[in-house]
Write a protein that binds this ligand. Structure first.
Ligand code: IMP
Length: 428
């Protein structure tokens, strides 16, 4: 096993940070392949905590090369800000960070448009980091690949063209178009920092995989936020599914050895959009507090709800999951009973499929499972769990139709039941 993809199997925030951190201990390379500063995870650096949005946590491990691949959109000021923060703490080995010269630059007009749109009727609850408008520019073939930063004149031309294209939209939204020269002037010192990190990362990643190095592809957001497979239009603008690793990093599907999906023992969602198992009463608050469900990028309270097994099975399918990592099982401790969505009632009857295109007219069908009161921290094997918690994870495994690989029972690194380490997950 050398190339492993880890993706979120729900609406993002599945607790990737801890699981990716565990896996990077064994990884030679960690590759982010999509999204941008809309993702976020907390790095613990000595006694400090630092939220990073672009740089993977592998940056703290001396043996691990971190790659920001071409499927990403990167805000130069965010990237340099993160590098500065890490350097201040004496922790970053810049030579271990490589950035694709084909990843696209998020520039101030992207952030401006994202923010203006979020003030209007069409708001969907984005992170307002300019991610959507930057991918729009990329698809419209007027984006700015980071490689353009090597050439000042080319950058200036591209920025001027993009501002011209965005000006009617910005005005219609009540904003003031930015001045190209100001953007260019601010970009210059950032470009000086970023250009030395640029490379053809797909060559680097492909070679690492071919050489048998342990390469971890770290997904961002989650399956149900994927632009093709999520709850459109309440989605992000990139590929968050496992196939996105191939497209966004430049490796062929035959090179991927295993795909691990992460799912919380319940569900959360930030931003707007359908969330059929959402809990709006006290129990939702309880999950939010117990699970510390507040966005790491925006600080927004996350919506919380019961586990949705049809949605999870859908994620198992579209990602081709080989193993499931269940996170935050401990957050459910103390509840007398647990509801789990096992199917949906629609006009056509009851089905155990996730009605991705008809969620408005679908009602979840629940099964009730027994809860548990015992602390889970300290469990190192499934046998260490209380019987009801064991039954809960077995129920998930059966209904999701995917083998369990990992069960996380507290935020601490050691409080993890590893049934199959991702780099040992052998496909049947
Ligand atoms: P955008 O990616 O900022 O355009 O936001 C689009 C949708 O994806 C919004 O509902 C965001 O809340 C959601 N989203 C984006 N990134 C994340 C993430 O890392 N975790 C959870 N939700 C996210």
């Amino acid at each position: 096993m050398t190339a492993v993809v880890i993706v979120g199997a729900q609406w993002g925030d599945e607790g990737k940070g801890k699981i990716v951190d565990l896996c990077t201990e064994h990884a030679d390379m960690v590759v982010r392949f999509g999204g941008g500063p809309n993702a976020g995870h907390t790095l613990v650096v000595g006694n400090d905590k630092l939220v990073v949005r672009l740089i993977p946590s592998g940056i703290l491990r001396p043996q691990t090369t971190c790659v920001l691949a071409q499927g990403m959109v990167i805000d130069p000021s965010s990237l340099v800000g993160e590098l500065d923060e890490l350097e201040l703490r004496g922790h970053v080995q810049v030579r271990k960070l490589v950035v694709s010269d084909r990843a696209h630059a998020i520039l101030p007009y992207h952030v401006l448009v994202d923010g203006l749109r979020e003030q209007g009727a069409g708001a969907i609850g984005t992170t307002k980091r300019g991610v959507g408008p930057c991918y729009e520019d990329k698809a419209a073939r007027r984006g700015i690949p980071l490689g353009a930063l090597r050439d000042r004149a080319r950058t200036a031309r591209l920025v001027a063209t993009a501002i011209e294209a965005w000006t009617p939209t910005i005005r219609a939204l009540g904003g003031t178009p930015p001045v190209a020269d100001e953007i260019i002037a601010k970009l210059r010192p950032l470009a000086d920092r970023i250009v030395p990190l640029l490379a053809d990362t797909s060559k680097l990643v492909e070679r690492a995989v071919r050489d048998g190095k342990k390469v971890l592809f770290e997904g961002a957001q989650g399956t149900l936020l994927d632009v093709d497979h999520g709850t459109y239009p309440f989605v992000t603008s990139s590929s968050a599914v496992a196939g996105g690793a191939c497209v966004g990093a430049g490796v062929g599907p035959t090179r991927i050895d295993a795909v691990i999906g992460l799912a919380k023992a319940y569900c959360t969602r930030v931003g707007g959009g359908p969330f059929p198992t959402e809990l709006t009463e006290a129990i939702g608050d309880r999950l939010r507090k117990a699970g510390d469900e507040f966005g790491s990028v925006t600080g927004r309270p996350r919506r919380t709800g019961w586990l949705d097994l049809p949605a999870l099975r859908y994620a198992v399918g579209v990602n081709g999951l080989d193993g499931l990592a269940i996170t935050k099982l401990d957050v459910l401790t103390g509840l007398d009973t647990l509801q789990v969505c096992v199917g949906y009632r629609t006009a056509a009857g009851v089905s155990d499929d996730f009605p991705i295109d008809g969620l408005d007219g679908a009602t979840p069908v629940y099964e009730t499972l027994e809860g548990w009161k015992e602390e889970l921290a300290g469990a190192r094997s499934l046998e260490d769990l209380p019987a009801a918690a064991r039954r809960y994870v077995a129920f998930i495994e059966k209904h999701a139709d995917c083998p369990l690989a990992i069960v996380s029972v507290s935020p601490k690194r050691d409080d993890t039941i590893v049934l199959k380490s991702p780099f040992d997950t052998v496909r049947a």
